[in-house]
Design a protein around this ligand. Structure first.
Ligand SMILES: [Fe+2]
Length: 396
């Protein structure tokens, strides 16, 4: 189901699952009810909860979701100390992250705990929240000994979505919590939102894993065909990522270039083996066939609906900075940055590899060649970053 929202002054259409739509409708109804009854305080709190929900669900990174939740709970809900724990499927332990306010350190702290025999174990087993109204008289284990001291109450909520329990949220407060009080209701709403965000992030993560397996299978298929380039795609992917990092590109761009590097020559599956393996000079006809591989690669990737940046990295990785490359002959900044990086790294790996008709070139020769081609085939900014990394021994 698609719903329209106004975010940052722009109307955006967002797709929600059935469970999310139900949750948002309940939240909206509660807000309307609170406003109708003139309960301004409650309405204000619910508004804050909606904002918090937007912040929590705006990321697909589990660590970011946890960090946002813990910080928001301290800021918005008045919690003094809180922790969010998620099950580790392999060990059955709970990986617990605590808000920074629980110690003098400013970082969120992480530790692993055995849930069995603790309140966490009980809540994650039953799926029911538990409220400890008076912590001073509580004899069980809360798994937060250092921050529950001096606190009045605590509540533990199961983090669940999609019919699964992912973990639990623990909140300690200096004020008394009442099982039936508003605060517990608000915290339950937040926990539902966290559950949905975690579920989405985990689905995205498994999709990404599946997708990377497909990418690796495609790369292996290509390298089985062209024995001279074994390991070439992986080296190009790793080194292009290093260069992207050196130039200051974001984590997302570094991931895009890594995938683009793995796939850059995938279109060679459409080139005859006798041409790929030929050691003599290619005829103009054969060269023409080789030059089809960037377009073929982009076409192969089309049905996979890959990010635009990855497709461009494959399509333009043989374009030259001075416009003398292929398939389109575009130049300078018109060539996107990711393929400009792959262009240099791809050539670097060729220079550093043995061929049946020659040995790998020396480091000194390679650096001279990179400088000679800077501003011609290669982007000077990329060459500068490459040479720096080569001299630091990071592209060995
Ligand atoms: Fe290529």
């Amino acid at each position: 189901m698609s719903e329209n929202f106004v975010l940052d002054g722009k109307t955006k259409s967002i797709d929600f699952g059935e469970e999310e739509v139900r949750f948002l409708k309940v939240l909206r109804a509660s807000l309307d009810l609170a406003i109708d009854r003139g309960q301004e305080e409650n309405a204000e709190m619910l508004r804050k909860l909606i904002e918090m929900g937007q912040r929590i669900s705006s990321s697909l990174e589990i660590d970011v979701i946890i960090e946002t939740t813990l910080k928001s709970l301290v800021e918005v809900a008045g919690a003094k100390c809180c922790a969010l724990g998620l099950f580790d499927k392999k060990t059955g332990e709970i990986a617990l992250k605590k808000s920074p306010e629980s110690s003098n350190k400013s970082q969120i702290r992480a530790e692993r705990v055995q849930a069995e025999g603790t309140i966490l174990g009980e809540v994650t087993k039953t799926g029911q929240p538990m409220v400890i109204e008076d912590l001073a008289n509580y004899e069980g284990s809360l798994c937060l000994p250092d921050c529950s001291n001096g606190m009045r109450s605590a509540a533990v909520f199961p983090v669940q979505a999609g019919g699964r329990i992912h973990g639990a949220l623990i909140v300690c407060t200096p004020f008394a919590l009442d099982r039936k009080g508003n605060e517990v209701g608000y915290l339950s709403i937040i926990t539902s939102q966290v559950g949905l965000a975690i579920e989405n992030a985990q689905l995205y993560e498994s999709l990404r894993e599946y997708y990377m397996n497909v990418v690796n299978a495609l790369t292996a298929a290509l390298e089985a065909k062209d024995k001279y380039t074994q390991g070439h795609s992986l080296r190009v992917a790793l080194w292009a990522k290093e260069v992207a990092k050196e130039i200051g590109l974001s984590d997302k761009e570094q991931e895009m270039i890594y995938i683009g590097g793995l796939l850059h020559d995938i279109g060679k599956v459409g080139v005859r083996e006798q041409i790929l393996l030929k050691t003599d000079k290619l005829t103009p006809e054969e060269e023409k066939e080789i030059h089809t591989h960037p377009r073929t690669g982009a076409r192969i990737m089309e049905p996979a609906n890959l990010p635009k940046e990855v497709v461009e990295a494959v399509l333009y990785h043989h374009e030259d900075y001075d416009g003398g490359g292929y398939p389109e002959g575009i130049a300078g900044e018109k060539i996107p940055l990711l393929p400009r990086i792959i262009r240099v790294v791809d050539s670097y790996d060729a220079m550093k590899s043995d061929r049946p008709y020659r040995k790998a070139f020396s480091k000194k020769w390679v650096i001279e060649e990179l400088n000679r081609c800077s501003g011609k085939q290669f982007d000077p900014v990329v060459v500068e970053a490459m040479i720096k990394l080569i001299e630091q021994g990071k592209l060995a």
